[in-house]
Design a protein. Structure first.
Length: 382
């Protein structure tokens, strides 16, 4: 069988960590992008009640009407138009939302533009959809973000989609309202649809720019497919609920594709998600906890000579350039050594298409300080 995909570099680190732990080694997890906090108790109670109702049946492929309505309200509060029957699909997380988007909408000859560094699943998803990924190098002077300047050289008459992830996994960079406007104008002018992977929106630490971002996105709504998830914001990673919002002509084929693959997102999880989205402000994870972890990571890394750090305005990752510390070793080797010799798991930049970096995740804060001590010592000892 033709090999379309390889194991993701993020999962490879996770598996190595679990293997060493099973052998009795103590490894601190600074690799996984999964909050350690539990979801709010009301969300869990809603799921239990859903199970006990004995009515967990198939739902419409686009999801239950009540949840679509709640999502439409969230979107409308941000100033977008969204009709729960036309513009929305509930999916089993952001991954299936992205995958369904590509499977339903991408043609064989299409090129999908992907800024580097990128979330590792984009490439296999694009390949499964039989399209071609085209990688756009980010601007190192600007947190590896991409703009029209970088994009121009990569446009062809096959360019049809652009995947924009902001805040970015792995860098934690956030596109500013001005950068977004410039980028979206350029994409619109070139008839390129923007797939906006917005899973870390909640984790923008300067809350004042959230509203500005919504305002900037609004006039471009027709050329955006907005993808969101409850995984990170509500600590519902394993519950598998996400959604996509777009023009009806784009959402309709996605409903058909999803109907043939998973049928519908898990019914109990949809009912629990309904609880979460009826009062998102009440049930979302406390941002100040992650902000304080971010400060702790920055403070600890400040003590490592020759380490350059991209300013992490969002998400729960810090992306650090280790090329001046380890000019002769590749990042995969460095991460392996940090794991085996220092007992701390971080992810190599090459997993995200950018060699010479490491990604430190502070999603799990249970042993953050111990992990940072080990990391700082490991990096400083070379
Ligand atoms: N996009 C990005 C950028 C991510 O980091 C992740 C999860 N790590 C996803 C999508 C997938 O999220 P979900 O759990 O909702 O499938």
């Amino acid at each position: 069988m033709k090999r379309l995909v390889e194991e993701s570099g993020t999962l490879a680190v996770f598996h190595q960590m679990n293997k060493l732990r099973a052998m009795g080694k103590d490894i601190v997890n600074l690799c996984v992008g999964e909050p350690d906090l539990p979801p709010a108790q009301d969300i869990e109670t809603a799921a239990v009640q859903a199970i006990q109702s004995h009515h967990l049946r198939y739902t419409p492929s686009e999801g239950i009407p009540e949840l679509r309505e709640a999502i439409a309200h969230v979107i409308q509060d941000e100033g977008w138009r969204a009709d729960e029957n036309r513009n929305l699909i509930i999916t089993a997380g952001a991954k299936p939302a992205l995958f369904t988007t590509l499977l339903a909408l991408v043609k064989k000859t299409d090129e999908v533009l992907v800024p580097v560094p990128y979330y590792p699943s984009y490439t296999p998803m694009i390949r499964f959809a039989c399209a071609k990924p085209v990688y756009i190098p980010g601007n190192p002077q600007n947190g590896y973000k991409t703009g029209p300047q970088e994009l121009k050289a990569y446009l062809t008459h096959h360019s049809r989609f652009f995947i924009l992830n902001s805040p970015v996994n792995p860098t934690g960079s956030v596109y500013s309202p001005d950068e977004l406007q410039e980028l979206l104008k350029f994409l619109q002018k070139n008839h390129i649809v923007c797939i906006l992977d917005d899973v870390y929106r909640h984790f923008i630490y300067d809350e004042t720019i959230k509203e500005d971002i919504s305002r900037i996105l609004k006039p471009f709504q027709r050329s955006i497919i907005l993808v969101r998830s409850l995984s990170k914001e509500f600590a519902m990673t394993g519950w598998r609920i996400g959604y996509a919002v777009a023009e009806e002509s784009l959402i309709t084929p996605m409903k058909t594709v999803q109907g043939h693959i998973i049928g519908n997102a898990q019914t109990a999880s949809q009912l629990a998600a309904l609880k979460a989205l009826q009062k998102p402000g009440k049930y979302a994870l406390p941002l100040h906890v992650f902000n304080s972890r971010r400060n702790d990571v920055m403070e600890a890394l400040h003590h490592v000579d020759h380490l350059s750090i991209i300013y992490p305005a969002g998400a729960f990752y810090v992306f650090a350039d280790i090329r001046r510390i380890h000019p002769k070793k590749n990042d995969v080797m460095v991460c392996s050594e940090l794991m085996e010799k220092s007992g701390v798991a971080v992810t190599p930049g090459s997993a995200f298409g950018l060699k010479g970096f490491i990604r430190i995740s502070y999603a799990d804060g249970s042993r953050l300080h111990e992990g940072l001590d080990r990391l700082v010592k490991g990096l400083s000892s070379r």
